[in-house]
Design a protein around this ligand. Structure first.
Ligand code: AMP
Length: 250
C-alpha cells in the first residue's frame, strides 16, 4: 500500500509572526520556515505504518516554491521513501492545493492520503476535505488513532467532548490531529541518507491544474493588544468586578 503525505512549508511555530507594514500579508523574508507540525505527525504515522509492514511506500509531496525542497528533505529524513515537489511561485490557496494533490493521486494511485488537519499559517482546515470531495473518496478528519486492516482504516476522531470511531474503505483521505503520535527527530545519518533519496519536480501546467487564486486577501492586521490584568484585594471585590465589568454574574 502506497501512502501519500502532503507536507506544507510554513513559518516555524516558534516564530512571532509579524504583519507587513502595508497590511498585505505577513513577513516571510528572513523568517525560519519548517514543516507544518500536523504534517510531521502525518509523516510519522505513515512511516510507522511502513515499519509495521502495512505500507510499502511513503511519498511526501509539497506544493509551492523551490524552497519546499527543504521541507521534503526533512520528510525524507523522517522516513519517507521519495518526494514530489509541485513547483510554483503562485500563492496557493487550499482549493488549488487540493486540485494539485488530486492530480498527484491520479498519477501515483496511493491507497491512503494522510494530511495534517490544518496548516498553522492560514489555519484553513480545508485541503483534506476538498481533496476527498474532488476524488469522491471517504474521509476521516482529526485522527488521534489510525488502524489499517485489509481494505479498511479504522480511525478514532477527536470531536467535541470525546472520541468518535469511524471506519473508512480505502482508498481514503485521513487528516491528523495533535495526539495521533509524537514525531521522531531526524537523526544525522538519516539526514545524510535523505539527500540521496529521489525528489521529482512537477509543475501545475503539466498536471493540468489552474492554480490561480480564487480569493483576494483584503487586509491583514495584528490582533488587538491584550489589556493587562489587575489584582483584586479580596473575593468581595472580585465578585463586584465580575458583576460590573465582566457582567458574567447577575
Ligand atoms: P489547510 O487546509 O491549508 O489548513 O492545510 C491542511 C493540510 O493540507 C496541511 O496540513 C497539509 O497536509 C496539506 N497542505 C496544505 N497546503 C499544502 C501545500 N502547499 N503543499 C502540500 N500540502 C499542503
Amino acid at each position: 500500500m502506497k501512502i501519500l503525505v502532503p507536507v506544507k512549508r510554513v513559518i516555524d511555530y516558534n516564530v512571532k509572526v509579524r504583519v507587513r507594514p502595508d497590511g498585505t500579508g505577513v513577513e516571510t523574508a528572513n523568517v525560519k520556515m519548517s514543516m507544518n507540525p500536523f504534517d510531521e505527525i502525518a509523516v510519522e504515522e505513515a512511516v510507522r505504518l511502513k515499519e509495521k509492514g502495512i505500507a510499502t511506500e511513503v511519498i511526501a509531496v509539497s506544493c509551492g516554491g523551490a524552497a519546499c525542497q527543504e521541507t521534503l528533505r526533512t520528510a525524507l529524513a523522517l522516513g519517507a521513501d521519495r518526494a514530489i515537489l509541485v513547483q510554483t511561485d503562485v500563492e496557493l490557496q487550499p482549493l488549488a492545493v487540493a486540485k494539485l494533490l488530486r492530480a498527484v493521486v491520479q498519477k501515483e494511485l496511493p491507497q491512503l492520503v494522510l494530511l495534517g488537519k490544518q496548516a498553522i499559517d492560514d489555519d484553513a482546515n480545508q485541503t483534506g476535505q476538498m481533496l476527498a470531495a474532488l476524488l469522491d473518496w471517504p474521509q476521516a478528519t482529526f485522527a488521534s488513532r489510525v488502524d489499517v486492516a485489509g481494505a479498511t482504516a479504522t480511525v478514532k476522531r477527536e470531536v467535541d467532548g470525546g472520541l468518535e470511531t469511524v471506519e473508512v474503505a480505502l482508498p481514503a483521505v485521513v487528516t491528523t490531529d495533535l495526539r495521533l503520535n509524537e514525531p521522531r527527530y531526524a537523526t544525522l545519518p538519516n539526514i545524510m541518507k535523505a539527500k540521496k533519496k529521489p525528489l521529482d519536480t512537477l509543475v501545475p501546467g503539466t498536471l493540468g491544474v489552474d492554480v490561480a487564486p480564487r480569493l483576494v486577501t483584503v487586509k491583514v492586521t495584528e490582533p488587538a493588544k491584550r489589556k493587562g490584568g489587575g489584582r483584586v484585594a479580596d473575593v468581595k471585590e472580585l465578585v463586584a468586578k465580575l458583576r460590573s465589568e465582566a457582567k458574567i454574574l447577575p
